[in-house]
Design a protein around this ligand. Structure first.
Ligand code: CMX
Length: 465
């Protein structure tokens, strides 16, 4: 990245928001993401119009009362552009499987994992960016990374005993103070231009998350002192530095993979759906994403990665470092008999091993094949699915993304489990933000499904018996 490019970006960030255009002409000869979006949006509006004209009256299928009681599983009621989840195959980001995205997306010099900057470009545009476009995004995010002083103070005032996810959500909510969308809305902006300030807020949101995450981490587990963001470094390198792992190239590579694979998992999961729902009320991207984080903080969703590590550590304390398969099976049964879930296993949509689990397992095989904790995770993988099948309740006995992440982070020394879901949150912003931009570009309406009481259901159907 040329230093003239970086100073042009810094100058733009000092300019008033309305004047900020990260344009190719002023910064580089490379087309910016916002410029590409501006080209794509009118075409996509026409595309959606034509899809609705052709297929708008088609039925998505019947819905049953059981589905309404059963967490709406299988009800097709959302549009989500960035990714689609297949029960057997797993996630595709704009049509690319995880291995395909790993192969196609630009890497850091000397690196082998995809840069999350490229994944964001892919989620937003459906196109694989060039190396220069990805470098432009790294520079832009580094230039936008600083958080306001009052947000720093807000984080610093949190007691160390407040869960890092609660601190994260508080800080993201507070970023709403400088929302370009909220300001433009209050000034009466035309709805066709909503996407522009949603884009600016989304870029600010993603850019500022490492500074927030780093501050929480250093306050809770360290001395509260933070290094500066490096304007020449990519997003994952800066995040790693802020967490204190910037000297470890393998850890930075892990962050690149981690952020890429945790970013998006279609629209129905709790964090994605919540962000989309809250955004539909025209709450700005900071408020919308803070709501996503509150959903991600639940143990059946993102907090499961913390729960997996706790469960594994408890297991080791109970049955030793190298348990036999029989002892391990006994331990799994004891979890089920205590009326608890085996964290990291099962999924509301997937019916096979999560390819995000496989991607992390392959990373481990490349970098830490002999690690005893990794071997334990492999042993658990051999044993748990058969037990869940035998127990006969879980529809999917296979591991999900959360079954593997903790062991990788622990290997590199990030063993503060309560912090793990914050990293998931940093990544999930990529998926939620890219959809929010399209939600506003396509003029998606207020989301408001219909509900009934149990009494109303009785009345509705008993008359027809
Ligand atoms: N261990 C024990 N029981 C499980 C189970 C598991 N890993 N997965 C599902 N079950 C049980 C459910 O609790 C449910 O029991 P009840 O009928 O008593 O309520 C039954 O099996 C049927 O559930 P399901 O239809 O298979 O699963 P759901 O779609 O309702 O829930 C999920 C999906 C992920 C919440 C569930 O599999 C689970 O609790 N897994 C453990 C927690 C976890 O790993 N969450 C992370 C998911 C990925 C993510 O979002 O980050």
């Amino acid at each position: 990245m040329l230093s003239s490019t970086r100073s042009a970006l810094r100058a733009q960030l000092r300019a008033p928001l309305a004047a900020r255009q990260f344009s190719a002409s002023s910064a580089t000869q490379v087309q910016s993401l916002k410029e590409r979006l501006a080209e794509l949006i009118p075409k996509e509006i026409e595309n959606v119009k034509s899809v609705r004209q052709q297929f708008g009256a088609k039925s998505f299928g019947e819905m049953t009362v059981d589905q309404a009681y059963g967490g709406m599983r299988g009800i097709k009621g959302l549009i989500w552009e960035g990714s689609v989840l297949d029960a057997d195959e797993g996630i595709r980001f704009r049509g690319l499987t995880i291995p395909e995205a790993q192969a196609a997306l630009p890497k850091a010099p000397g690196g082998s994992e995809p840069l999350p900057e490229g994944l964001f470009w892919l989620l937003v545009t459906g196109e694989v960016p060039t190396q220069e476009q990805v470098e432009g995004l790294s520079a832009e995010w580094a230039a936008r990374a600083e958080i306001p002083d009052f947000v720093k103070e807000l984080i610093d005032r949190c007691p160390n005993t407040l869960h890092p996810m609660s601190q994260f959500s508080l800080a993201v909510t507070a970023l709403n103070h400088d929302s370009a969308f909220a300001k433009a809305y209050s000034q009466g902006v035309h709805k066709r231009d909503y996407w522009q300030t949603t884009y600016e807020d989304s870029m600010d949101l993603i850019a500022k998350l490492p500074a927030i995450a780093g501050r929480i981490f250093r306050n809770v587990y360290g001395d509260g002192k933070l290094p500066a963001i490096d304007p020449k470094a990519d997003y994952s390198a800066n995040l790693s530095t802020l967490l204190g792992f910037g000297d470890n190239k393998e850890f930075i590579e892990l962050m690149r993979l981690y952020i890429t694979i945790h970013s998006d998992h279609e629209g129905g999961n709790v964090s994605a759906h919540t962000g989309h729902l809250v955004g539909s009320a025209l709450s700005d991207p900071f408020l919308s994403f803070a709501a996503s984080l509150n959903g991600l903080a639940g143990p059946l969703h993102g907090l499961a990665n913390q729960e997996v590590l706790r469960w594994l550590q408890k297991m080791r304390a109970n049955i030793g470092e190298n348990p036999s398969d029989e002892k391990l099976a006994e331990y799994v049964w004891s979890t089920l008999k205590a009326g608890q879930v085996v964290p990291g296993y099962g999924h509301a949509v997937l019916r096979k091993t999560d390819p995000r689990y496989t991607a992390q397992r392959e990373f481990a095989l490349r970098h830490l094949p002999e690690d005893p904790f990794f071997k334990l995770v492999g042993q658990v993988y051999k044993i748990v699915p058969n037990i869940l099948l035998e127990a006969g309740k879980a529809k999917n006995p296979w591991p999900n993304v959360d079954a593997h992440s903790g062991v990788l982070l622990t290997y590199y020394g990030l063993n503060q489990q309560d912090f793990y879901t914050v990293l998931f949150g940093v990544s999930r912003a990529f998926g939620v933000a890219s959809q929010l931009i399209w939600d506003r570009a396509l003029g998606m309406p207020l989301e408001r499904p219909k509900s009934y009481s149990t009494e109303a259901i009785k009345k509705m159907f008993s008359a027809k018996l």
